[in-house]
Design a protein around this ligand. Structure first.
Ligand code: PLP
Length: 419
């Protein structure tokens, strides 16, 4: 079998058409080509049904009731924790804290661990390719504590400068916070290496896994990180739910960051005491149905296999990269050797927003703008990019539609310029 045939075979979709009902709906009278998976993924029936079933059959508040339904809902919620533990290969379920998503998980670490442990002169190392969610919480923390940010630069391909990273590390470095996969560039960072280097100077490591968990197997123990954050909605799960993995030795010493029901052991007006983690960090009634939906999403991708999903998306990314690069006036932003599922590009003479709008008229959903990564745009001297991002349900037809859409946009702008 020659190479193109092999590629064609591995680009076959991994799902059954009926799994994703939304992909069957037309948009603007055209077949929906959904390539905005970096922003959020579509949900399989299994997830939609799991949430529906929860509300139809199992709804009650958790951890508080003595009645059967409350016990049952609590069991489902805690089974969800075990599902996340297995998914990330955490050592114990208590290392998994449910949050609203990646953003809240990072803020939790900044506000709890950060406020308790950082002081003036300490350093936090970030990279130039972070999402705003992995920048702003640290800026807020620095403003409060007097700690300082250090930023690892990136090269023209959109890869971290690892020599510069090593040079930034020193005895003042308390935390290294890095994206596993860049949402603007698609770069897959060598997080295991990065963690090992940080450990050598005694720093903790937080990995922002928002763009990784849907695209590759993740093993937090193999990475050697202290914190790993992700959102269910980028993993075929519901919005408003996600998780923070925190290594037990670190988590058990962290103070609460939000107060309320469920996170306490005792409360009196003289003072209160805290529950053990993870409850210490889950104040108030959580998103119980969301946890059930997230677990269903993890079961769904696990049944297909993250290795298979990675291979499929890699083949698709290569196909798309080749096809888009053949178009005149198109330039990729982000050409790292290790990439996952994201194609960011510029088209000469067409603003990213106009590109997005013209593609939208064809039923093609992509993202245009700075992708909440303004420092990346500054690094490349551009206002924004157009970004196509792939999921397990995309195939070559979607890439071909994208290429045809870009051609159409170019023809419109060329025609406009000629008039
Ligand atoms: N980090 C990265 C790399 C992301 O791509 C995103 C979302 O796009 C986030 C963090 C924030 O995720 P959420 O909005 O789900 O909290």
């Amino acid at each position: 079998m020659n190479a193109p045939d092999m590629r064609r075979q591995s680009c076959l979709p991994l799902h059954r058409a009926e799994d994703f009902p939304i992909l069957e709906r037309p948009v603007r009278g055209k077949r929906l080509v959904y390539l905005d998976n970096g922003a959020t993924t579509q949900k399989p029936e299994a997830v939609i049904e799991a949430e529906r079933r929860f509300y139809r059959e199992s709804n009650a508040n958790i951890h508080r009731g003595v009645h059967w339904l409350s016990q049952h809902a609590t069991d489902l919620y805690e089974q969800g924790r075990e599902t996340v533990r297995r998914f990330l290969n955490a050592a114990r379920a208590e290392e998994i804290v449910f949050t609203r998503g990646t953003t809240e998980a990072i803020n939790l670490v900044a506000q709890s661990w950060g406020r308790a442990n950082l002081k003036a002169g300490d350093e936090i190392v970030l990279t130039a390719m972070e999402h705003h969610s992995n920048i702003v919480p640290w800026q807020l923390l620095c403003a409060e504590t007097g700690a300082e940010l250090r930023v690892v630069p990136i090269n023209d391909r959109g890869e971290l400068d690892l020599d510069a990273y090593v040079a930034l590390l020193n005895e003042r470095t308390r935390l290294v916070a890095v994206a596993h996969v860049s949402n603007a560039l698609g770069t897959v960072n060598p997080v295991q290496d990065i963690a090992a280097r940080a450990k050598a100077v005694g720093a903790l490591v937080l990995v922002d896994g928002a763009q990784a968990v849907a695209h590759m197997p993740v093993d937090v123990q193999a990475i050697g990180c202290d914190f790993y954050a992700f959102s269910a909605h980028k993993l075929y799960g519901p919005t408003g739910i996600g998780a923070l993995y925190a290594r037990w030795d670190v988590l058990r010493g962290m103070p609460p960051w939000q107060g309320g029901g469920d996170m306490i052991r005792t409360v009196s007006f003289e003072g209160s005491t805290w529950a053990d983690p993870p409850q210490r960090f889950e104040a108030g009634t959580p998103n119980i149905a969301g946890v059930v939906g997230m677990a269903a999403a993890i079961d769904y991708v696990s049944a297909i296999g993250l290795e298979r999903i990675a291979a499929h998306e890699h083949a698709l990314l290569e196909y798309a990269t080749e096809a888009v690069c053949k178009l005149p006036g198109v330039r990729l932003i982000g050409t790292a050797r290790e990439k996952a599922s994201i194609l960011s590009f510029m088209v000469d003479g067409i603003h990213p927003h106009d590109r997005g709008t013209i593609l939208d008229m064809e039923g093609i959903a992509i993202r245009a703008g700075h992708h909440c990564a303004m420092p990346v745009m500054k690094r490349f001297g551009i206002p924004g990019t157009a970004r196509a991002s792939f999921a397990l349900y995309n195939d070559e037809r979607d890439v071909e539609a994208l290429v045809a859409g870009i051609r159409k946009a170019q023809a419109m702008f060329d025609g406009g310029a000629a008039r």
